[in-house]
Write a protein that binds this ligand. Structure first.
Ligand SMILES: NC(=O)c1ccc[n+]([C@@H]2O[C@H](COP(=O)([O-])OP(=O)(O)OC[C@H]3O[C@@H](n4cnc5c(N)ncnc54)[C@H](OP(=O)(O)O)[C@@H]3O)[C@@H](O)[C@H]2O)c1
Length: 408
């Protein structure tokens, strides 16, 4: 699907009421007409789950003419037994090749750090192949086209895709994980495109509406609630009409959830009496568990689930640095007696519904109905250390690495 095709036949076209323009003109005619192609070609997205992305500028031969630009890459060297550490990756520097006809050069702007990075470097059965030793570390993010000899891409354009842990990608549009051009007039900042309006927000969206089936009057408990997915999931729960209670690891995070994001209550699971606090915050029991953590947190939430409760099993971060995923013990007898529905999901399951969900998320963000926050670490060289923020809880909201500056 090239850009011309998209322009003739957009996946979806909507009117988004831009808050600044509304403030200026004060009426609904001042909306921003936005063409959302967002993630782009759905058929290719399905392919993601079956193919490993190796967007690797080093595929070029030694004789290919090179530019003066240097591409730093972090390649998997050893599989960590516990946390990712200095030995996990080898840093390699290569000069970026001159573009051939049909190619475009993309500079990484924001690299998304995700708990699943830890899963990808582990050789276990998972939802896509693990990164192999010697390969550039897989990572999704936002890039900017630096130069293009391909009609699908225009210099200056933002693209979303599997940028990898590297500065540059030479692409030709046939990658197994395609780079999708993003519309230039989206009313959200680039960091949100890598977070609340990207895969993070989409994960929260489908978890809350399709898996948990959140609705008016239900009590929803979200774990890792001040993180990227959890903070959006809780706000979507409020939009659905739920009473939303968050669980997070500091008092500051809990205050952010209740004071700024509109959660009804938040509990710091590091407080000695957190179980009593959660009990008080959920006087009528729990109807929906949006679960990101597993372990003791999930077990206690589970003990308070009501008849016909649902569990949207999004993640189990408390076990990702461990060799066993047997950490969470829940009673199947309770599942039976209370007719509880537990459903695991992976965001790529919903690829064909990304465009409509992206429109909603971008609209809510632009209107201020949901708020986003990012923790931004500067410099690709800091990615191997920064990814551990996800496991020690030092990130608030979406954890990103700013690899390059956006050029105007
Ligand atoms: N199913 C999917 O398709 C999908 C997609 C994206 C993400 N996910 C999952 O969603 C979850 C959240 O991901 P995210 O990207 O939004 O990360 P995140 O929540 O921004 O960061 C992880 C947070 O988890 C908390 N945490 C880490 N270790 C913990 C532990 N042992 N016990 C309790 N809390 C712990 C920390 O916050 P505290 O300060 O509160 O401890 C940390 O800030 C993860 O499980 C991830 O795998 C799933």
């Amino acid at each position: 699907m090239d850009e011309n095709t998209v322009l003739r036949k957009p996946l979806i076209s909507v009117r988004v009421f831009h808050p600044q323009k509304l403030a200026q003109h004060g009426n609904a005619h001042s909306s921003l007409h936005m063409r959302v192609l967002y993630i782009g070609d759905v058929a290719k997205l399905r392919w993601i789950v079956m193919n490993q992305a190796v967007n690797n500028a080093s595929k070029e031969s030694a004789t290919t003419p090179k530019t003066d630009l240097v591409n730093r890459q972090y390649r998997l060297k050893t599989r960590p037994a516990e946390r990712i550490n200095a030995d996990t990756f080898e840093r390699v520097e290569e000069r970026v090749p001159e573009l051939k006809d049909g190619q475009a050069l993309v500079r990484t702007i924001f690299l998304s750090l995700d708990p699943t990075n830890r899963i990808w470097v582990t050789d276990v059965e998972q939802y896509m192949p693990p990164v192999q030793i010697g390969e550039v570390m897989r990572g999704i993010g936002i890039g900017q086209v630096v130069a293009s000899k391909n009609p699908k891409y225009t210099a200056g354009q933002l693209v979303s895709g599997a940028v990898g842990w590297q500065d540059y990608n030479v692409i030709d549009g046939t990658e197994s994980w395609p780079f999708s051009p993003l519309p230039s007039n989206l009313p959200v900042p680039a960091e949100d495109l890598a977070g609340a309006a990207g895969f993070t927000g989409l994960t929260a969206y489908f978890g809350v509406f399709d898996i948990a089936r959140a609705s008016e009057g239900k009590t929803m408990v979200v774990s890792a609630a001040a993180g990227a997915v959890g903070s959006i999931a809780g706000q979507l729960g409020k939009i659905a009409g739920c009473r939303v209670v968050g669980i997070a690891g500091t008092d500051e995070k809990c205050a952010w959830l209740t004071n700024e994001l509109g959660f009804d209550a938040a509990v710091n699971y590091k407080a000695a009496d957190w179980k009593e606090q959660l009990t008080k915050a959920t006087p009528d029991g729990i109807d929906i568990n949006f679960e990101n953590v597993g372990g003791e947190i999930m077990e206690f939430v589970f003990s308070r689930l009501n008849l016909r409760a649902s569990v949207a099993l999004c993640g189990l971060i408390s076990s990702y640095n461990e060799s066993s995923d047997e950490r969470t013990k829940v009673s199947l007898s309770k599942v039976l007696m209370k007719r509880i529905r537990i459903e695991g999901f992976i965001i790529t399951d919903f690829a064909d519904k990304f465009p409509e969900a992206s429109v909603k998320l971008i609209t809510w963000l632009a209107q201020g109905k949901i708020k986003s926050r990012s923790t931004i670490v500067d410099g690709l060289e800091n990615a191997p250390e920064a990814v551990n923020q996800l496991f020690d809880g030092s990130n608030v909201g979406k954890l990103l690495v700013r690899v390059g500056e956006l050029s105007k």
